[in-house]
Write a protein that binds this ligand. Structure first.
Ligand SMILES: [Zn+2]
Ligand SMILES: [Zn+2]
Length: 316
């Protein structure tokens, strides 16, 4: 099979990779579409020290098992099912987990991938592949509302990129008072088109403040900007991981008694319900689509400022 793999921060397309060796409980899935996300770009900069096949956002067809022949999406944390975390329903924090295309496990930028069957969710027939491929990042966006009560809160989403647009729409399912703050007028226009109140960060009056600020920037400077926008006693949600170090004085967090919440993976079942109900708009989210063999180019394009979601299409 073919795959896009990362070694020592270099991404290579490989024409002939051995099909993965199966362990108990795992099934093979033929990938239909896979999405490149900010985390993949950060992995290429050394985040997590990952080497192997990249990719954790996908829709595919299960070759075997309970979902054989059906379209599936998959949760990315592969857990031990035995430790205290797993037994308490917090398997995403299992200390011996592997994570698809991120930690000690090959991912979805390949013709075929291997995943524990328990991680799979069947895609409803009414949800297209082009929408289903957003299940993982949408679930992550929905996770914010699982961690903090957003009802009645004034929320700023910081970052006008692909994660920002999912988070802003997921948050709007809980509260109408969502503002988007970004650096790029042309990207903010996309949010305006969806009915969001938008501001350019450089023009924002710093006396404007919010109960909750969600950092979706993927930039080491995002946290500092978020701290500048949050109200005393407010909450800053960190939604992106970055390879670089944060250079930030924490005094403002102490003085303003700010709560910082890290937020990672979310509920796939709810994300699929949201997609099935057509409750969020994904029009125009995909800016490029590449066959797998042009994956190296696809990764480069995904990192360009003008790009939005870039998809890999192994079946093309
Ligand atoms: Zn991702
Ligand atoms: Zn465990």
């Amino acid at each position: 099979m073919r795959a896009l793999s990362l070694q020592d921060s270099v991404v290579t397309f490989r024409e002939s990779v051995q099909e993965p060796h199966k362990c108990e409980g795992e099934v093979l899935v033929d990938v239909i579409l896979a999405g490149i996300c900010e985390t993949d770009l950060q992995l290429c900069k050394g985040y997590m020290g990952f080497s192997g096949i990249l990719g954790h956002e996908f829709v595919g067809v299960a070759r075997e098992g309970r979902y054989a022949g059906h379209r599936v999406v998959g949760e990315i944390n592969c857990i031990c099912e035995r430790c205290e975390w797993c037994l308490n329903g917090l398997g995403n924090h299992c200390p011996s987990r592997t994570v698809l295309g991120i930690l000690n496990r090959d991912g979805a930028f390949a013709d075929t991938m291997l995943i524990p069957e328990r991680n799979l969710h069947r895609v409803p027939d009414s949800v297209s592949n082009e929408r289903a491929v957003f299940t993982e990042p949408l679930a992550a966006a929905i996770q914010i509302s699982k961690q903090i009560d957003l009802v009645g809160k004034r929320v700023a989403v910081l970052g006008d990129g692909r994660l920002g647009i999912l988070c802003a729409q997921a948050i709007r399912l809980s509260t109408d008072a969502v503002v988007v703050v970004g650096k790029h007028p042309e990207k903010l226009a996309r949010f305006q088109g969806l009915g969001f109140e938008c501001y350019e960060l450089s023009k924002l009056d710093y006396r404007t403040s919010f109960d909750v600020v969600v950092d979706c920037t993927g930039s080491p400077t995002g946290l500092e900007a978020a701290c500048g926008l949050v109200k005393p006693r407010g909450v800053v949600v960190l939604k992106t991981t970055v390879a670089g170090e944060h250079q930030l004085s924490l005094a403002s967090l102490v003085i303003n008694e700010v709560t910082v919440v890290g937020s990672r993976c979310g509920p796939f079942d709810e994300a699929l319900s949201v997609l099935e109900a057509d409750a969020i708009d994904l029009t125009g989210m995909v800016s490029h689509r590449f066959p797998l063999e042009r994956g190296v180019e696809a990764m480069r394009v995904a990192a360009l400022p003008g790009s939005f979601k870039v998809l890999l299409d192994p079946q093309r």
